[in-house]
Design a protein around this ligand. Sequence first.
Ligand code: ADP
Ligand code: MG
Length: 329
Amino acid sequence: MGLIHILDENISNIIAAGEVVENYASLIKELYENSLDAKAKNILIEISDKLNYIKITDDGTGMQKDDIYLSVERHATSKISKKDDIFNLSSFGFRGEALASIAAVSKMNISSKTNDMKIGHMVTIYGGNIIADKSVAMKTGTVIEIRNLFYNTPARKKFLNKESTEIMNIKDIVLKLALSAVEVSTNLVIDGKSVIKTSGRGIDNTVYEVFGKGIFKNLKKFKYGYLGNSEIFRASKNYIFTYVNNRYTKSNLIERAVIDAYYMKLMKHKYPFAIIFYDINPSEVDVNVHPSKKIVKFSDEKIVYGQIKKEIEDFFRLDDRKDYTNETI
Ligand code: ADP
Ligand code: MG
């Protein structure tokens, strides 16, 4: 007999979990995007017990009983069904891996109720194995609770940063996610205290709510988002927020277009504060490059770069007043 065998599903889920959930921030991103895909209008993220308890409550469409069980199976998704769908995505998720991966490395409860159900249903999964289920009274939507992330993969747990760093990264990702969903009210509560809260009342309000007045008054709106003035130049590129089709992404190309357009205004080692929302036909962009979907690849980089750079340059040409403030809110 040969030496090769197919890994059992539980082991392969644990391995896959390393790619999808690296840390708390990536876990929260996956769950938040699931809530968005379920058309939630309110998303509450609660964290306590030194990150050992994470709860996400949404008021989206919820899942039927059978779907709750399926949702933690690998490659189980309601979002795509045929090959062409991959190249024409309208949802955040599509890989069907997040819940399976998170379930494999934590103690998880999934509770959900659709409008058609009288009562909700909760499934409890430890390390990928369903250990209990029962009916629960709840509103339409989904509640996901995660305890003791990586409890069964101690080597991976060691790679987590110290609590304060993980919390900083969580706040950072929630801020970015909230900006991608400006019609949704997002509330991040850590140890009972709300640290990020948006109203879901559109882009201007959301930008104001997450960054505060000090930043907002130094931003001006242009075709693809907001451009900061010299008052809020930064020492790193981390304040160029880039969204493609409302998905937060790390796009070196867009970053470069912004920096190049600002070139004449920037002092050495300074970078602009900018928020870029770039929309493109889904068939012209590939988000499947990395399992975390953080990186996108455009089919025509030159066009994207050129459009963004030109719009910023045109904006500066019209708006050549040296300093400007935003007084609309
Ligand atoms: P993907 O998002 O790639 O489809 P996931 O593992 O994240 O994969 O989720 C699996 C499936 O579970 C989703 O396709 C969706 O049908 C369902 N699901 C997950 N989270 C929610 C939620 N918050 N509300 C409703 N359905 C959900
Ligand atoms: Mg998902």
